[in-house]
Ligand binder design. Sequence first.
Ligand SMILES: C[S@@+](CC[C@H](N)C(=O)[O-])C[C@H]1O[C@@H](n2cnc3c(N)ncnc32)[C@H](O)[C@@H]1O
Length: 243
Amino acid sequence: MSLLRDHDLARAFDHASHTYDSLTSLNPGHRGGLLRSARRLRLPGDGAGLHVLDLGCGTGASTAALLRAAPQARITAVDASAGMLRRALAKPWPARVSFLHLTAEEITAAGEEPFDAVFAAYLFRNVTDPDTLLRSVRALLRPGGRLAAHEYSLSGSRAHRALWTAVCRGFVVPAGTLTGDRALYRHLWHSVRDFDTAPAFAGRLARAGFTGVRVAPVAGWQTGIVHTFLARNGSPTPKEQNP
Ligand SMILES: C[S@@+](CC[C@H](N)C(=O)[O-])C[C@H]1O[C@@H](n2cnc3c(N)ncnc32)[C@H](O)[C@@H]1O
């Protein structure tokens, strides 16, 4: 099966946006995993004075996780799907959270002010050119700025690959078929199967120029299937090294 990309993917997410939150709420540990990854950014002082980018924010679940992890941060959240963004915008947010209908490629090319951190949950596996996007994301971070990518990325073990196939065949694709989004949920299955393993994605981050790349598992059934990838744009500032 060919994977969905760019406009086709955004259209598929537009259609799935109506049921996205209810379907993901059936996934035990979905919200908790996002929060764990957002907290792993270890943003100081509750994020006060920091500007954080949520790339591929969808209906705002990753944005809400960021807000809990760094309640004082200014957050800019972007997504390529107007439908997903509409769902996000319908939720209550403090004034320092704003949403933009842009692709990740567009915002990284827009020459924005440098961000202190970028959070990207379930994004990089979906883009056409992850290497170019990763280099652009690094360029968007201030020196020492942090990236956390929360991603379905298999450990490389046969057991985790078999579990992912079983979950997709037994639940993800049937549930997506019921909501009329079979193509998107088949894309989810195959895009994870075909994407980098966790060690390979860590290598990709290092090749894009990130430093201090670390990989951490999430808890529950997703252990070995979803990971947090942590990295920096260069070294931390002297103040961060010796707070
Ligand atoms: C699986 S959803 C995750 C949404 C959110 N981060 C979360 O954790 O709930 C992936 C999101 O990435 C968005 N997306 C995919 N490719 C994108 C791109 N190139 N630029 C911006 N958003 C993109 C999709 O529209 C979708 O809303």
